[in-house]
Design a protein. Structure first.
Length: 162
């Protein structure tokens, strides 16, 4: 794996457009999910892993930001990074680009789970080691500026609510 973020590409189809003639918010999440699925397959997870081990991954929390519109036919590149992890959790960060233009970001807290118990379960050693190696490589990248953001209405300095 390279020291850059892991990349996945997808093209915006007509079904993803809303009445504003741009990609509906739900499909940003779907595109990020497709990028996330490609990402975990690189670690040996995915459908085959789930069927064989009865383990999988689930998202506990997600936060999306929107910087620019995606439109019909746009070729989107989803880049995924591991910001942090432990034995059961992975803090992932994704950016969506059209060329070099940032369109959206998503930050997720994911949990490795046993589908038998529907509870968190430790990553198998081989998956954990791959996650650890990628995190070490990606830790050399600059911190993503949109990571860790929260939703808030900025208040004017004078305290009024306008």
């Amino acid at each position: 794996m390279s020291s850059a973020a892991e990349a996945f590409e997808i093209t915006v189809p007509p079904a993803w457009l809303d009445y504003n003639n741009h990609m509906n918010v739900a499909y940003y999440s779907l595109a990020f999910d497709e990028g996330g699925e490609a990402f975990v397959k690189r670690f040996g997870m995915g459908l085959e892993y789930t069927e064989r081990t009865r383990n999988s991954w689930m998202v506990l929390e997600a936060h999306l930001t929107y910087q620019n519109e995606a439109r019909l036919g746009d070729r989107l590149r989803i880049e995924t990074r591991v910001l942090d992890f432990n034995q059961k959790l992975a803090h992932l960060y994704q950016e969506m680009f059209r060329g070099d233009q940032l369109l959206a970001t998503q930050e997720q807290m994911t949990l490795h789970v046993s589908l038998e118990t529907r509870r968190g379960a430790p990553f198998p050693p081989e998956i954990f080691d791959r996650l650890k190696a990628l995190h070490a490589e990606q830790s050399r990248l600059p911190p993503p500026p949109h990571a860790g953001r929260r939703i808030a209405i900025r208040k004017p300095d004078n305290g009024s609510a306008t």
